[in-house]
Design a protein around this ligand. Structure first.
Ligand code: SF4
Ligand code: FES
Length: 368
C-alpha cells in the first residue's frame, strides 16, 4: 500500500465568498462542529507519521480560523511544507507577517475574473481588489505565489485578460482549472459547462502564453474532462496519495467522497493510520480489483484508475461504474448529451450566459 504524501486540511467551510462552482458539500450545516486546535494538531502529527510531507490548509476560507497561525507553526515543527489555499480575504499585512514568522511556505490565491464586475458577481461578494492587495502582500513577503482560476462558460472568453492579470500579480505559477462538477458546480452545471468553441479558443491562448511566459510563470492547464476521450486519473488513484480531512473530522480519499453512499471514517473516532490502512471507505476503490468491465480488461487501468468514482456516482448513481467520461464506458452517452446541450444552447439568441447561477450559501444560512 502507498503512503500519502499530502494532507489536505479543510479547516472550515466558513467562507466570505459564494462561488457557484464551489466543491464543498451542499449540506454545509453538517460541518459546523469543527475540529479544535488540539484535534487538528493531532491529525497533522498522525499524517506526518504516515508519511505526508505536504500540508495544504484549505476550506472554505482557512483564514477564518483564529488558530491558523498556530496550525502553520505545528506544520513547520513537524517538518511539513505548508500551503495556504485562500481567497485572499483576511490576509492583512499583520496576519501575513505572523504566518511568515510561523513558517508558512507557500500561498495560493483564487481569482474569478480579470475585471471587478464579473469577478465580484462570480464570487458573490466584493472581493476583486482585496485579492489583488493580498497578492501584493504575498510577493512583498517573498512567498512563492500560485494563482488558481476556475474556468467555465462565464469567464473562459476572458482568458487573455485573466492571464494578463495573473502576470501583473507576480504569480510564479497559475492553475487554470476547468470546472470539475461536484458540490455546487454540479448543481450549476448548465450555467458552467462551456462550448467546444470557447475551449478551443482558450487552449490556443494558453499555448501562446506558455511560449511567451516560459521563463517567468508556470502555466498549468487542467483539461475539461467532459470533452476528453479518457477520464482523469482522479487523485492519482483512490486512497493512494492524499488524505482529505473535512472541518468536522471526516477523513476522505478525495474532495467529493462525502457524496458517496459509503461508511464514514472520522478522526475523532479513529487514528488516521487505521483510516488509511483499514477503513472500508479508503479500501473500497483502492487498486484495480474492484473494477468492472471495460476497465478490468483495459490497458489504461493503471493510468487513469477507471476515472473518478465521484463522477461515476454523480452521473450514474453507482460509484463502481467506469467513469462515463471515458468513450469506452457504456454510460458515455450521458456525457455526450450534456456536451450537446451546452453547445446547442450556444446558438440560442440569449447567448452562452443565459442560465442563472445558484451561489454557494454561507454555512449558517443553510436550512435543511
Ligand atoms: Fe480508463 Fe476504464 Fe476507460 Fe480503460 S475503460 S480508459 S481503464 S476508464
Ligand atoms: Fe472523488 Fe474523483 S473526486 S474520486
Amino acid at each position: 500500500m502507498d503512503r500519502p504524501f499530502a494532507l489536505l486540511a479543510e479547516l472550515t467551510y466558513e467562507c466570505p465568498l459564494h462561488c457557484a462552482y464551489c466543491s464543498n458539500p451542499l449540506e454545509l450545516s453538517r460541518y459546523t462542529d469543527e475540529l479544535s486546535t488540539g484535534e487538528w494538531q493531532r491529525v497533522f502529527t498522525e499524517s506526518r507519521e504516515l508519511g505526508a510531507l505536504q500540508l495544504h490548509l484549505s476550506g472554505g476560507e482557512p483564514l477564518r480560523r483564529r488558530d491558523v497561525v498556530e496550525l502553520v507553526r505545528t506544520g513547520r515543527e513537524l517538518g511539513m511544507y505548508s500551503n495556504l489555499v485562500t481567497s485572499g480575504l483576511g490576509l492583512s499585512a499583520a496576519r501575513a507577517e505572523q504566518l511568515r514568522e510561523a513558517g508558512l511556505d507557500h500561498v495560493q490565491i483564487s481569482v474569478q475574473a480579470d475585471e471587478p464586475v464579473l469577478s465580484d458577481r462570480l464570487a458573490g461578494t466584493p472581493s476583486y481588489q482585496r485579492k489583488i492587495d493580498a497578492a501584493r502582500t504575498v510577493k512583498e513577503l517573498g512567498w512563492p505565489l500560485t494563482v488558481n482560476v476556475v474556468l467555465h462558460r462565464q469567464n473562459l472568453d476572458r482568458i487573455e485578460g485573466i492571464l494578463a492579470l495573473v502576470e501583473e500579480m507576480g504569480a510564479d505559477r497559475v492553475e487554470l482549472a476547468n470546472t470539475q462538477y461536484y458540490g455546487w458546480a454540479w448543481r450549476n452545471r448548465a450555467a458552467l459547462l462551456p462550448t467546444r468553441e470557447q475551449l478551443e479558443r482558450a487552449e490556443q491562448v494558453v499555448r501562446e502564453a506558455r511560449e511567451r511566459l516560459r521563463s517567468r510563470m508556470q502555466i498549468l492547464y487542467i483539461l475539461p474532462d467532459y470533452y476528453e476521450r479518457y477520464p482523469k486519473p482522479c487523485m492519482g488513484g483512490w486512497a493512494s496519495r492524499q488524505v482529505v480531512v473535512a472541518p468536522n473530522g471526516d477523513a476522505l480519499p478525495c474532495l467529493a467522497a462525502h457524496e458517496l453512499p459509503l461508511p464514514r471514517a472520522n478522526v475523532r473516532e479513529r487514528s488516521l493510520e487505521w483510516i488509511w490502512e483499514e477503513s472500508p471507505l479508503f479500501q473500497r476503490f483502492r487498486g484495480t480489483d474492484w473494477m468492472p468491465q471495460p476497465c478490468r480488461g483495459c490497458e489504461r487501468r493503471e493510468l487513469d484508475f477507471g476515472g473518478c468514482r465521484c463522477q461515476a456516482f454523480q452521473l450514474t448513481g453507482d460509484a463502481a461504474r467506469t467513469d462515463p467520461v471515458c468513450h469506452l464506458s457504456p454510460d458515455h452517452d450521458i456525457v455526450t448529451a450534456a456536451v450537446r446541450r451546452a453547445n446547442d444552447r450556444a446558438d440560442d439568441a440569449a447567448g452562452p450566459h443565459e442560465v442563472a447561477l445558484t451561489p454557494r450559501p454561507h454555512p449558517r444560512e443553510v436550512v435543511l
